[in-house]
Every structure is written in C-alpha cells, then in structure tokens.
Write a protein that binds this ligand. Structure first.
Ligand code: SF4
Ligand code: SF4
Length: 422
C-alpha cells in the first residue's frame, strides 16, 4: 500500500465508522424503540462499525447481489449465502465519485468506492457478484466489477409480459446457477431448492405478520425502525433474520394488546417511495420521523419489496422451480426499471389505502433516472386522490440535510394544518 493509499484508507476508516455510528445513535435515541429491534441494529453495527463479515452457520462462500431480482433461493440451494450489497456509504461514495462519471448515481459510486478501498469484509470476501442489468448505472457497474471480480451479469427483461423475454430470463438463471456451481461445486437439485424455498418462505411468513400488524396498527412502530430491520436482512442468514423478526412481531403484538402507540395521534402518516434507502444513508427516514411525521410505510427495494410473494410453483421440477423464481423476481416487481409501470401506481394506491397515508415523499438519488422518470405520473395520480406529494433529490453527503429538513418540515406542516387529516 502506498502512503497515499494508506492515508485514504485511514480517512475511510474514521469517516465511514463515524457516519454509521451516528445513524445508529440517532435510531437508538428515538422514542418507543422495541427491545426486539436491537439484534437488527447490532447486525448493521457489526458490518459497518466493527467491519465484520456476514455471520454464517458454516464456512460457505458468500455471493454479493445487487438487486432484489437475484433469487436468494438459488444461492442458498447451491450452498452459499447471499448478501445484498447496494451501497449506502457516504465515504465509499466519495471514493467512487473520483473514478466514475459525475452523473452516475451515488449508490453505484458507493459500490465502486467499497471495491476500490478494499476495507469491508462483507464486500471483499464475496466469491461471486451477481449484478442484474436494470439501468445504465448497473450495466456499467457490472462491466466494471467483472474486470476485477468473478461476476454474474443477469439481463432483466424490459417487457415482462412477453413470453420470449421471460424465457430469456429463465436462461439467465440457468447460467447464474452454473456460475454458482463453479464456486460451491453444488448443482441445483429439487431437494436443495425445496429446502431453500422453505428458508425464504419462513422469512416471508414473519414479514407478512409484521406487515399485517403495521396495517392494523399504523402507529405501532416507527418506519425508520422497520427500514433498519429490512436493511439488516441484507447481511443476515435467513433463519436468523426470521427468528429476529418473529421476536419483534411477538413484542409488537403485546404492544398492540396494551393499546400503546409509538407516536402521537396527530402525526402525519407518510409513505416513502423512490430510489433505494440503503444503510447508512438513513437521512430521509430519520428526518421524516425526527420532524414529527410517522413513516407509516415504504415502497422501496430495501423495504417490503425485498421479500415479495413466495414463488408459485406449478411444476415441481428444478426447471419448474426456476421458472417460478424467474416469475416471482420480475412480474410482481414494482421497480420502475420495467417499461410498463402500471403495477407501481397500483401498489402505491393500495399502500395509501392500507396505511391511511396522508402524504407521499418521493426520494430520488441524484442521477437515478429510472425513478425520476416516474415522478410525474405518480404526481398526477396523487393529484387525483388529493394526496400531497413532494420530490426530494439527495446525494450521499450531509450537505443537503438542512435544506431537506426545511422541506420535510414544511411538507409535514402542510399535511397537519392543510386539512388532509382523514
Ligand atoms: S431499485 Fe430496482 S433495480 Fe435497483 S435494486 Fe431495487 S429493484 Fe433492483
Ligand atoms: S436504479 Fe437508480 S439507484 Fe439503483 S443503480 Fe440504477 S440509477 Fe442507481
């Protein structure tokens, strides 16, 4: 390591730990934190403050994934552990910023920064990276990573209604499976896929309990806590996360029985949607709740979207199960990377109804065109429903926090005193 590299590494260590610690401290200082949230925060702290690798029950390889469209079931089935590596680090972003075009999104710049700095075990120890080509930034990231690492590039269909496009995606999953076999030596089988389906089905069951609790009692838990729990899933062995979620659900059920709320009665209920919110970049959820709003629900890929419906298996063979995974990974997905986004609007309307949402905050990471494109159609739709919406554009730094604070506060005041108190 040259002296300049050593200085950069030292700066990275100090700054990235400080940001992660600060975000965790702000979360821990919020009122009404359920005791069962602590294991999720500890996971984030282990990965981002203590710089540990993801914990695994056996010495098996890890596979880094860069989108919820990579089926974790395949990775578990073939004897590896998936970790979701979309980057949220401001410090890694500033390193990636120097080696990528100005207008690339911060999420991808952060990934490039982590790769360059070589200081995060959870990134560095991956035996394979799986990058679906969902936008231009991911496409360039896939090329850049594959020049350095063993990388599986998955082409995602732009039009999921056409059978031939879906057929191609099934082919991509077969190719991915061959790469997985290359690192674990374990081919896909009906038995190991079935076992992996059970692992994720258990996690989905606990998530569905959690969703149901939040729907029935929208004030039972702060959305920032929910997003922290979902972010922690990215680095946790599925059965362990399932057990942690079960404990959180048990505690929330007890709270619901006692009739206690996590927030005051008149706090505006907000839906957060848009570009991914990846720890430690928790500034928007924290701002919403520190400014007196309740983040009642989110429609982001580090939230509920990370554990969509279970795959519907019509043909109980390896091929049938892979087809079910191809379907589940793309067809219900509300990410705007697809050409047709009617599902996204439908899903957001449904969330507004289920969680009695009073305002929508639309998060756009600078340079994230796929999400930015969709803003206008959502704004039009919200206009029809009479739901206020604002677009907030952010980057991975803290320079915009004050300006964001003013905008979020004004938005919450508008909801509180503007008559939208249904
Ligand atoms: S925003 Fe879309 S493309 Fe990006 S990781 Fe999430 S689901 Fe994948
Ligand atoms: S979808 Fe947006 S945030 Fe995600 S990689 Fe693409 S440009 Fe970046």
């Amino acid at each position: 390591m040259t002296p300049a590299e050593a200085r950069q590494r030292d700066r990275f260590d100090r700054k990235s730990v400080a940001v992660a610690e600060k975000m965790l401290r702000r979360m821990r200082e919020m009122t009404h934190k359920p005791a069962a949230l602590e294991p999720f925060l500890e996971t984030l702290s282990r990965i981002f403050v203590d710089r540990e690798d993801a914990r695994k029950p056996q010495d098996i390889p890890t596979v880094g994934t860069y989108c919820v469209m990579v089926p974790p079931e395949m990775i578990y089935a073939q004897g590896a552990m998936p970790v979701k590596l979309c980057g949220g680090s401001y410090t890694a972003f500033s390193i990636g910023d120097d080696i990528s075009p100005r207008d690339a999104c911060p999420l991808v710049k952060a990934v490039m920064g982590f790769e360059e700095i070589d200081a995060m075990p959870v990134y560095q120890n991956c035996s394979l990276m799986a990058v679906p080509v969902t936008c231009d930034c991911k496409k360039k990231l896939a090329g850049w990573l594959s020049a350095r690492r063993s990388t599986a590039i998955l082409h995602v269909p732009a039009n999921r209604e056409r059978d031939e496009d879906m057929e191609r995606f099934v082919g991509e999953l077969y190719a991915f499976s061959r790469q997985l076999e290359g690192i674990t030596g374990q081919p896909l089988s009906y038995e190991n896929l079935s076992a992996a389906f059970r692992l994720t089905a258990n996690a989905q069951y606990q998530l569905s309990r959690f969703i149901d609790l939040r729907r029935k009692h929208p004030k039972i838990i702060r959305g920032t806590f929910a997003m922290a729990a979902m972010n922690a899933m990215s680095y946790t062995w599925a059965p362990e996360w399932t057990a942690q979620m079960a404990a959180l659900n048990d505690e929330l059920e007890a709270i619901a029985r006692s009739g206690e709320n996590a927030v005051r009665e008149n706090q505006p209920r907000i839906l957060l949607t848009g570009s991914p919110v990846v720890f430690p970049n928790m500034k928007i959820p924290l701002l919403i709740e520190e400014m007196g709003g309740l983040l009642a629900a989110d429609e982001t890929c580090m939230g509920e979207r990370g554990l969509y419906d279970p795959p519907a298996v019509a043909d109980r063979t390896v091929d049938g199960m892979l087809r079910a995974l191809a379907n589940r990974s793309t067809r219900p997905c509300t990410c705007p990377t697809f050409a047709d986004n009617r599902r996204r609007i439908y899903r957001i309307r449904q969330l507004i109804k289920d969680y009695r949402i009073q305002g929508v905050i639309y998060h756009v990471l600078r340079g994230c065109l796929v999400y930015d494109y969709e803003y206008l159609s959502l704004e039009e739709e919200m206009g029809k429903l009479g739901i206020p919406i604002i677009r907030v554009e952010t980057d991975y730094n803290e320079e915009d926090v004050e300006q964001l604070r003013i905008r979020v506060e004004a938005f919450l005041e508008l909801i509180k005193y503007g008559g939208n108190q249904s």
